[in-house]
Design a protein around this ligand. Sequence first.
Ligand code: ADP
Length: 217
Amino acid sequence: MNIVLLGYPGSGKGTQAKALSEKFALFHISTGDIFREAIASKTPLGLEVSGYLGAGRLVPDKLVLEIIKARLASETRGLLFDGFPRTVEQAEGLDDYFSSKGRAVDAVLFLDVDEAEVVQRLGSRRTCLKCGRIYNLLSSAPLKEGLCDADGEKLALRDDDRPEVVSRRLSVYKDQTEPLVSYYKGAGNFHSVKAGRAPAEVTAELSAILARKAGPN
Ligand code: ADP
């Protein structure tokens, strides 16, 4: 099963991807995490992409597709894409790559949430600098202020969750990523889920969709 998660920045893709990849034994591939890790460890890729992330702009399609193909070259598990594809060109690149491998996108899960809700979520999101665990000061605060429940490390506002970068990311989403909704709707395996609810409720609905896809075993 190969799944694409689609939705606004802050719609909950990362949180849902973690839950679903564990539940359905899928390989979770997050281009945002790949880029942030590369930036943190100052690799050549990190140096190349840090300007784009810092400004809330998209990394060029050609580079994104190269990274994805390199990561998937020897992967045989089902895939769960989080933050990719993000443009129609990337979606076409994925379709071409998949058809050369005899694979296909089996479901597109769209996390539907209002723009006002994502602005509020991104401003109150905090991330553990060490393990990447995500908190929200309004809905899922850590037990001790400013510290991760899992490892006690400091929590921080992601660099690109600063208000000036958030507004750029939202306009980039509307211009470049939203057209994917009609791209995938045409393919007939598109599922829209109301995502302004508690994460566990959203996970339950997404899991039911995937369980139906996976069939009765
Ligand atoms: P969010 O969905 O909350 O914006 P991500 O972690 O998915 O967060 O992405 C963070 C940033 O990484 C994006 O703003 C963009 O600069 C870059 N990025 C991630 N995935 C892609 C992609 N598929 N194509 C181009 N740029 C990407």
